[in-house]
Design a protein around this ligand. Structure first.
Ligand code: BGC
Length: 755
């Protein structure tokens, strides 16, 4: 059932009501981040109701000991977790001795707003005590200009009566993760000092048996008030520091506090320099909220100028695309090649790990379109630098070459469910596909010629070893896999996996023939001949009667029936059905055959696309957030516009409306790219096959227009779709493009009627 948590507004998430039963969801939805750090929308003053506290620092993780019921050889020894870091936003408040807590304190006139234009989260309410009324207004943001800086302002307005107010600013290192396997804590104190009205707390991740890197995170915070209130700075214990101020407010008067916190980590700065560096950053920072807010707004404005998608006629759709872009940029803006995009970003603990195949399959095409090529190149380099670990992962499974992990921080597989760790190997193909995507989109083959070729050859070696030859069928097969549809395991010949493996071998062979001589990579002629044999004899399940590719060998023998035959109380299946019932069912978690048709859209006819879509879409429950966007893009291409729009809304408002009933855990960051892809590749029909840029737009019936910018081969283009399609060359040289079926040299602006 669709539920809205915030009012519809083109640039904001806003609400006039606080609902304690949905606080976990709204905490996720009001997450903010700046690529370097991020946090859920927790309340600064504390909240004793249901809440998941979460402050995360990019790239800071812990190897939590694996917990499984039945150990299987080859399981990774640990699960890399995104860990909750020092809570630095905490400012406890009392008014006339009453501790302020929305679960217990009487209040009125609640308002909360996440302003997506500048990333500032505000919240206000009036505390109503027996003789007094005090309005409190909280604002906070994580700076884009100075990545280490968090800024908070709390304003008090005394509406009725006189009150004595205390504020207690904290640095709290007593934090835990809710998803620890053995209820362990991950941090130990290093230093805690109090000097010149500032608190400094330094924590280090605990030593671990796996010898992985340890991280030190240090926070320096100060507090300034507009009223006289002498500081009482206190070390409560090695993990908790506080700064308390007390002041009185007469009716009609105001007070305001500014809390600035600087976070530095051992990822960038040696531990011994944390305090001096943090002090310097703080000293160089404006010490009034108005200036800091202005810098923040200017920085976000610059991002929006090139990345915004404007939709007219549908504010809900407008809000959702901006929300998705906002959260994506809050998670990753391509500034640090050691970082990647975790499925939950900075919004929750679930999934662990920093990197999934989601990056290569879903984030790469998005970042190619909205940012400079170097951002995507950084994402590719991240995998290149982890090639030795990928070879280790393959060796752990007794296989040749490289197997990129399903879940990782450092390249070593850290996922430990056999059906995923050992079987969901299609992920390896996505790594190769991203290299192709980058090269084809940008026209820059320098990555492919060097780093890319090394990666491709090792991935190909893996596939050549993982296939087996069926003497009976005289074809190569891949048994015992899990395709993208995780609602089936241990299947034989998943069409998507087999097709992808064959494509990887073909692409690698061609790349080796083109660039091999000038590279350090050596592939023997015997190996090349083996690859060619696999390419020519790969088994790909298909059904000639239905005219479709078959998801895997026995899929068609299932009790095939559409999702619409299920009572709605059964959905989502993963919350209502036993796992074995799901596995036996024909219901598909996410695009599987259709994922392949999407990746290789130039290799299939319109009829093939339509037949497969018509067969698989009715069976798909879209219980992975990654799914609806792919279905929407294919639906647009085959002219099923209503379906395309339905799937757009589902992907775009997945979190805003909590479609899959799991937004309380955090947001679905990697699938947010799907919203952009749905508009650009789906509605506007943008394709780049063989280096040719083409568009075939349609306009969703309830929109009056939409427009976006893309970067393509040194150009910036603006596309505006209303009853007229306008394509403007904003920056760069003349570009040949195709609009519908017409070839055009784009020199300035072209306009054609919408088809
Ligand atoms: C999906 C995977 C995805 C993972 C992280 C799972 O639910 O089935 O394809 O990689 O979530 O987003």
């Amino acid at each position: 059932m669709k539920q809205s948590y915030f009012e519809i507004h083109p640039w904001a998430l806003a609400t006039h009501k606080f609902n304690d039963t949905t606080n976990l969801v709204t905490e996720s939805l009001t997450s903010i981040g700046n690529g370097y750090m991020g946090m859920r929308g927790n309340f600064e003053e504390g909240y004793s109701g249901k809440s998941l506290k979460g402050t995360y620092i990019a790239g800071v993780w812990f190897p939590d000991k694996t917990r499984v019921g039945w150990w299987k050889n080859g399981y990774p020894k640990y699960f890399g977790k995104v860990i909750n870091a020092v809570d630095f936003i905490s400012v406890k408040i009392t008014i006339d001795g009453h501790a302020i807590d929305l679960a217990t304190t009487p209040y009125e006139d609640y308002y909360q707003q996440l302003n997506m234009k500048n990333g500032i989260l505000t919240r206000s309410y009036t505390v109503v005590l027996s003789d007094t009324k005090t309005r409190i207004n909280f604002s906070r943001f994580l700076s884009i200009k100075t990545k280490e800086l968090a800024v908070q302002q709390i304003e008090f307005e005394q509406i009725a009566g006189n009150s004595t107010i205390t504020v207690e600013s904290q640095l709290d290192g007593t934090i835990t993760n809710q998803d620890t396997n053995y209820e362990e804590t991950f941090w130990e104190p290093i230093t805690s000092t109090i000097e010149q009205n500032a608190l400094f707390l330094s924590l280090k991740t605990k030593a671990n048996p796996f010898g992985t890197e340890r991280f030190t995170v240090s926070a320096l915070t100060d507090l300034q008030l507009t009223v006289n209130a002498s500081p009482q700075l206190k070390k409560v214990n090695d993990l908790l520091l506080s700064d308390t101020r007390e002041f009185s407010l007469q009716e009609g008067t105001n007070a305001s506090l500014l809390k600035r916190t600087v976070i530095v980590t051992s990822r960038n700065i040696p531990d011994s320099e944390h305090q001096t560096t943090a002090k310097k950053i703080l000293a160089d920072t404006a010490n009034n909220f108005a200036d800091l807010e202005q810098e923040q707004t200017a920085a976000w404005l610059k991002r929006w100028a090139t990345a915004d998608i404007e939709i007219n006629g549908d504010d809900a759709a407008q809000q959702s695309i901006r929300f998705n872009l906002f959260e994506l940029f809050s998670t990753y803006y391509g500034e640090d090649s050691r970082l990647n995009i975790g499925p939950k970003g900075f919004t929750g603990e679930k999934y662990g790990g920093a990197t999934y195949w989601d990056t290569e399959a879903y984030a790469v095409p998005f970042y190619l379109g909205v940012s400079e090529p170097k951002v995507t190149r950084n994402l590719l380099l991240y995998r290149y630098l982890q090639l030795p670990q990928a070879k280790h992962n393959a060796a752990e499974q007794g296989l040749a070459g490289a197997l990129y992990p399903m879940v990782t921080f450092n390249g070593i597989e850290s996922h430990n469910e056999w059906e995923i760790t050992f079987e969901e190997i299609h992920r390896n193909g996505a790594m190769a596909y991203a290299i192709y995507n980058y090269t084809n989109y940008t026209g820059d083959d320098s990555y492919l010629a060097k780093e890319g070729l090394e990666v491709l050859v090792e991935i190909s070696r893996f596939w050549a070893d993982r296939v087996h030859y069926s003497k009976r069928k005289k074809q190569y097969m891949i048994h015992g896999v899990t395709g993208p549809n995780e609602y089936e395991n241990n299947v034989n010949n998943n069409w998507y996996t087999n097709y992808l493996a064959r494509w990887v071998l073909t692409y690698t062979k061609h790349a080796y023939e083109t660039y091999g001589a000038q590279s350090s990579v050596d592939v023997s002629s015997k190996e090349l001949a083996k690859w060619q044999d696999i390419i020519e004899h790969m088994y790909l399940p298909a059904d000639s009667e239905l005219g479709i590719f078959v998801q895997h060998d026995t899929f068609l023998d299932k009790d095939i029936r559409p999702v619409t035959s299920l009572p709605s109380k059964d959905l989502p299946l993963n919350q209502h059905w036993s796992w074995d019932k799901i596995l036996r069912s024909p219901f598909i978690k996410q695009a599987d055959v259709l994922q392949g048709i999407y990746f290789f859209g130039d290799q299939f006819s319109f009829e093939e696309k339509k037949r497969n879509f018509d067969f698989y879409e009715p069976l798909t429950v879209h219980e992975s957030s990654l799914s609806p966007s792919i279905h929407s893009i294919i639906a647009s291409e085959i002219g099923e516009y209503d379906k395309a729009i339905e799937m757009y809304n589902r992907t775009a408002r997945l979190d805003l409306d909590n479609y899959n009933h799991d937004t309380d855990d955090g947001l679905h960051i990697t699938s947010m790219t799907g919203t952009w892809l749905t508009i650009v590749q789906g509605f506007a029909g943008m394709r780049t096959w063989n280096g040719e840029l083409s568009f075939a737009p349609f306009l969703p019936h309830n929109w009056s227009s939409y427009s976006f910018h893309i970067n393509y081969r040194g150009r910036t283009l603006q596309v505006i779709v209303s009853s007229i399609v306008t394509i403007k060359l904003v920056v760069g040289e003349t570009l040949p493009i195709k609009l519908y079926d017409k070839n055009i040299d784009l020199t300035d602006t072209i306009k054609v009627s919408l088809k």
